[in-house]
Design a protein around this ligand. Structure first.
Ligand SMILES: Cc1cc2nc3c(=O)[nH]c(=O)nc-3n(C[C@H](O)[C@H](O)[C@H](O)COP(=O)(O)OP(=O)(O)OC[C@H]3O[C@@H](n4cnc5c(N)ncnc54)[C@H](O)[C@@H]3O)c2cc1C
Length: 397
């Protein structure tokens, strides 16, 4: 994809005139939330998604109080709370069940909102239901962006094209929009691959969201209910990237990796349906110094993909969408609005990327170093952890 940006972009018209129509590339959590937030402010926002149909991966996502606060402001938090499973506490434990760190999300955030694990398909349905009819366009893969003085033209691989006052790249970690603006990102492989699924199972302690750390390199198992009858799990291990599981071998592979985990977790893994287990390598990229150029701006993973070690990638994308809409309503030029958006969001998003990257490195340790890490994490001052969660869970705008 190419992009051309002329000089002298007109920054003096009122926002209402400048941004009547926004083109959003990508219909993930970030793109959909951005569209909802813009539409609620009277901007005609259209989402163009490459996939021919909306098909959420068969996994869950933990929605933290900061993203819930955005959904509250957008008026549909009740649907998310009803569609997911509010957990009372969250903890990191070792494989003997000894708690290394425990926190209560509702006590950490000013909002008092819980942590809500939810099936991704359910969250996507909820987001889609908030969109104005006819504003989601499927099978539209972004190919070329051309910036004019007062507009952006977006061409798709099917040779169709649309024009908007602004273009929002919400096209994920491998964003073609970002690459067109700023070139290749410095992608970093975490060293870990991750299996995820939703399983029909009932946890002995159904109220908690737990991540269990083993002392084998990269081996962790996170789990929580997403509704009364189903559990979402993610399971990580160190492995070279791009590995594939031979057909029919995933469950036996997982059984081997997690053989020293508690019985109920081994039972949960064995209750999973082989065909419903997805595998992804965990990547991020080094934070970039700017998220906008001319009339094009980035949100979500396209701007700041993070490893999932803080469970915040999707939540940060949700914050982006709301902040961008807010910035556009407060400024009188696109340039000023995009700058305001960056100043509202960049520091926190980069904090998440960097902290999560460091946590990922720690979880790659094995043996004696890992035992030491598990012990040290238990002694970390509670006040520091509380400050961190408060920063994550509160919205600053
Ligand atoms: C193992 C794992 C666990 C995670 N757990 C959590 C969690 O518990 N909580 C949390 O908050 N986050 C979590 N995350 C992170 C979260 O999934 C992402 O941060 C989030 O999905 C990013 O949303 P997005 O909309 O920015 O990008 P994406 O979800 O990647 O969506 C991008 C969309 O753009 C489309 N697209 C791509 N290219 C084009 C193109 N050229 N033209 C048109 N469309 C295009 C794609 O098809 C896709 O639909 C996890 C991630 C992983 C890998």
């Amino acid at each position: 994809m190419n992009t051309s940006i002329p000089n002298g972009i007109n920054n003096v018209q009122a926002v209402q005139t400048l941004v009547k129509r926004a083109v959003i590339i990508g219909g993930g959590i970030g793109g959909l939330t951005t569209a909802i937030a813009l539409q609620q402010r009277g901007i005609e926002a259209h989402v163009y998604e490459a996939a021919p149909e909306i098909h959420a991966v068969g996994a869950g996502i933990w929605v933290a109080p900061n993203a819930l606060t955005v959904f509250q402001r957008l008026g549909f938090i009740d649907k998310v709370l009803a569609g997911g499973f509010s957990v009372k506490s969250s903890c990191i434990a070792d494989t003997t069940g000894r708690v290394i760190q425990r926190f209560s999300p509702a006590e950490m955030g000013a909002s008092g909102l819980p942590l809500v694990p939810i099936h991704r398909a359910v969250l996507q349905e909820i987001l889609l239901a908030q969109l104005a009819p006819g504003t989601l366009h499927l099978g539209k893969r972004c190919a070329f962006v051309e910036q004019g003085v007062n507009s952006v033209k977006e061409s798709f691989e099917d040779a169709s094209a649309v024009t908007g006052d602004i273009l929002i790249g919400a096209d994920g970690i491998r964003s073609v929009v970002r690459t067109a603006l700023f070139g290749d990102a410095n992608y970093r492989y975490s060293g870990q691959t991750c299996w995820r699924s939703i399983v029909n199972y009932s946890m002995p302690n159904g109220q908690a969201a737990t991540e269990m750390w083993s002392t084998k390199p990269g081996v962790r198992l996170g789990y929580s209910h997403v509704n009364a009858k189903q559990v979402y799990f993610y399971a990580t291990a160190c492995a070279p990237h791009s590995g594939k599981d031979a057909l029919g071998t995933v469950k036996s592979h997982l059984a081997e990796i997690y053989r020293d985990f508690p019985l109920y977790l081994r039972e949960m893994l064995s209750a999973a349906e082989e065909s419903q287990i997805i595998r992804n390598d965990i990547w991020d990229f080094t934070p970039i110094p700017s998220w906008h150029e001319g009339r094009v701006v980035l949100v979500g993973d396209a701007a700041h993909a993070t490893t999932p070690n803080m469970g915040q990638g999707g939540c940060q994308a949700v914050e982006d969408g709301f902040a961008l809409a807010e910035a556009l309503s407060l400024e009188t030029s696109v340039e000023a609005a995009f700058k305001r958006y960056e100043s509202m969001r960049m520091k926190k998003a980069q904090y998440v990327v960097n902290t999560s990257y460091r946590i990922g490195k720690l979880t790659n340790w094995g043996g004696a170093k890992a035992r030491l890490r598990n012990m040290a994490a238990g002694f970390a001052p509670k006040s520091a952890a509380k400050r961190q969660f408060q920063y994550l869970f509160n919205l600053e705008f």
